[in-house]
Design a protein around this ligand. Sequence first.
Ligand SMILES: Cc1cc2nc3c(=O)[nH]c(=O)nc-3n(C[C@H](O)[C@H](O)[C@H](O)COP(=O)(O)OP(=O)(O)OC[C@H]3O[C@@H](n4cnc5c(N)ncnc54)[C@H](O)[C@@H]3O)c2cc1C
Length: 259
Amino acid sequence: MIDEIVISKAITETFYKEFLDNLESDVIICGAGPSGLCAAYYLGKAGIKTVVLEKSLRPGGGLPGGGMMFNKIVIQQESKSILDELGVKTTHYKDNYHTASSLETLSLLLSKAIQQGVGIYNCINAEDVMIVDEKVTGVVINWTAAELARLHVDPLTMRSSYVVDATGHDAELAQVISRKSGAQLLTPTGKVVGEKPMWADKGERDLIDNTKEAFPGLYVTGMAANAVFGGPRMGPIFGGMLLSGKKVAGLILDRLKNE
Ligand SMILES: Cc1cc2nc3c(=O)[nH]c(=O)nc-3n(C[C@H](O)[C@H](O)[C@H](O)COP(=O)(O)OP(=O)(O)OC[C@H]3O[C@@H](n4cnc5c(N)ncnc54)[C@H](O)[C@@H]3O)c2cc1C
């Protein structure tokens, strides 16, 4: 016999046990696009307690849509080893260009991150950061549904040693720091510089340089990095997103090791 209340208890108890444990972690990544998920995978693999918050029902950001909903992605040679490690099938197109299924890439990024112990929460919006003594110490969270319905509901908080803004073009966390606290970001202008028009080659190269700390305790990765430090957009080539996620994981690992 299947009992409805047992099902409800199983979901509620299992969710909250894990959620309570994840209220404090080493790293919170906001945004489950390709850069955020790749960072989560490498941090989890290194044994770092990592949480990913995703405001949408469906994780993946711009990844599953590929280019104009053709669900293929292009990656360059330099990033192929990441997809190889995840077990994603790639097809050689021509020198330095490989293609892969955007859906297989997303499903393997997600499942490998979860298998490394990363806690991934969809439908949770990171609406603000906590700043204590001029350092980001966590995020302020609420159900996306509360935001969408504009409900007057107070949020909760999650604490971590480091926070990663992987929220894509809008760089939501860097924006909120700049807007709310008036604090200076670690950019040439002290503010979010803003994304530049499409230039795939430069965009991909800048993305790696721009993957760094943008405010004490807050790192930026993926399109958020180019938005914050002012790099061009690059369209549906995803190698830079994966390399940026891997780089931010390495930077944070070094910081945690040296503490
Ligand atoms: C609509 C659209 C426009 C695109 N435009 C461009 C472009 O102009 N240039 C370009 O190079 N590529 C563009 N792309 C292609 C490509 O999808 C992105 O470059 C790539 O997906 C960026 O990866 P990312 O990891 O930086 O962020 P994304 O794939 O954008 O993922 C960010 C994730 O963060 C989540 N998120 C955002 N804010 C919060 C928050 N506060 N709390 C929790 N979660 C949050 C989002 O729901 C999303 O899932 C676009 C894709 C889409 C779908």
